[in-house]
Design a protein around this ligand. Structure first.
Ligand SMILES: NC(=O)c1ccc[n+]([C@@H]2O[C@H](COP(=O)([O-])OP(=O)(O)OC[C@H]3O[C@@H](n4cnc5c(N)ncnc54)[C@H](O)[C@@H]3O)[C@@H](O)[C@H]2O)c1
Length: 383
């Protein structure tokens, strides 16, 4: 039977442009569906660079203006892989043109902007998803399954960290290609929106919404040369952020992120402690879930390391890959996201996080910055 084409228009060809394109190329082989992904067009402002990318990755055509791309009749879905300050404008235009939208995280620069994006996709009734891909690492998906099965009992604590060290150098400039993350006008926030956003999405997905929080942020390097203006300018982003909070289920939140933890490149860890079970996961050992089950027989009770690579339905996604015991990687989380998105189109049960789901993370991010500024506990806004 002929498959339904799913014609992708990709905006951006950087880190995420490559990660998503890799997923589009893999998905049909490992997660066959009624859809056939077609790499229709890739877009960026630099014509030579986007042509090079399109040739290398197999896109049929290119555009240098995203406005043209979102209007094209031969595109079904727009994938937004550009700096955060462009997400809303592109998403609103894509929704107005009836396109499905796959938007990178964080959803928006702030919750007010995110709300407009939610309204736009819901008004236009277009399928939508945000790339909080860590949900779809099999060990993380398994943790969610164990929680949903009620194995943890009452949850007391959820803690997460995301640590990096790449901005310690004080003469690193801000702004422009590759360094837009340091520029408040392009990023909207620092490590909170960039790194904690992932931790928060996973936490809310697993443990429910957050009621209130108290945050502290620090900008260690106060001024940096701006690549776009050529002048030394104030740094507006948070270099580090820690916060405590309370989930609606009564459990306590303890989160930290920084780009100043010398030696750490992308150390995302999470731990959840329930009355019957604790779970721990570490991005550097991503196929393992550490489990402590209090119900285990006393003499052999202890933390066990589950290698989440079994070819049975017990281990999410793994039946579609190799044979039991063989690991997959970071890149597969994006393939799983495309697979789930396409399955959602077929079933009519949309895969998450939708824009509406991601707004919850955005509201927590807003509360973090409000709290850090006011030095007060802040209630999290409601979706
Ligand atoms: N899900 C994840 O794990 C993850 C990881 C990294 C980045 N991200 C998110 O993905 C997005 C992109 O990040 P990245 O690391 O790929 O950035 P990047 O700097 O590697 O790439 C950004 C791309 O945007 C393009 N671009 C910038 N302005 C443009 C414009 N006006 N029109 C068309 N193209 C334009 C640039 O040419 C570049 O190709 C950000 O929102 C970021 O937060 C998510």
């Amino acid at each position: 039977m002929a498959k339904k084409p799913f014609r992708v228009g990709m905006i951006g060809y950087g880190f995420m442009g490559r990660a998503h394109t890799n997923a589009y190329k893999q998905v049909g082989q490992f997660f066959p569906s009624e859809h056939q992904v077609v790499l229709k067009a890739a877009c960026a402002r630099n014509e030579a660079e986007i042509k090079k990318f399109a040739d290398q990755w197999g896109y049929e055509s290119t555009e240098t203006d995203w406005r043209k791309l979102v209007e094209r009749k031969d595109i079904d879905a727009v994938d937004i892989c550009v700096p955060n300050n462009l997400h809303a404008e592109i998403a609103l235009a894509a929704a107005a043109n009836g396109k499905a939208i796959l938007c990178e995280k964080p959803l928006a620069m702030n919750a007010a902007e995110g709300r407009k994006m939610v309204e736009a996709v819901e008004r236009a009734k277009v399928p939508n998803i945000v790339w909080y891909n860590y949900r779809r690492i099999p060990a993380v998906s398994l943790a969610k399954k164990l929680i949903d099965e009620g194995r943890l009992g009452k949850v007391f604590h959820y803690r997460a960290k995301f640590l990096q060290d790449w901005t310690i150098k004080s003469d690193l400039p801000q702004g422009g290609q590759g360094l837009w993350r340091l520029d408040i006008a392009a990023a909207g926030a620092g490590v909170s929106g960039d790194l904690l956003a992932h931790c928060i999405d996973t936490a809310v997905w697993m443990n429910g919404g957050m009621d209130s929080l108290c945050a502290m942020t620090e900008t260690f390097v106060k001024e940096r040369m701006h690549n776009l203006t050529g002048k030394v300018e104030k740094v507006g982003i948070d270099d580090a952020c820690t916060f405590f909070g309370k989930f609606a289920n009564g459990s306590l939140a303890n989160f930290e992120s920084t780009r100043y933890a010398r030696g750490h490149k992308a150390l995302y860890t999470l731990e959840i402690n329930g009355e019957n079970m604790s779970l721990f996961w570490d991005l550097h050992d991503l196929h393992r879930l550490q489990v402590f089950d209090y119900k285990d027989d006393g003499p052999i009770r202890g933390w066990k390391s589950v290698h989440v690579t079994d070819n049975s339905p017990d281990h999410p996604y793994m039946a579609n890959w190799w044979v039991p015991g063989l690991a997959i990687g970071y890149d597969s989380s994006f393939t799983h996201q495309v697979a789930d998105f396409l399955a959602g189109l077929s079933s009519g049960r949309p895969a998450g996080p939708t824009f509406r789901d991601a707004l919850e993370t955005q509201l927590i991010l807003d509360a973090i910055l409000d709290s850090a500024k006011s030095k007060q506990w802040v209630n999290v806004g409601k979706v």
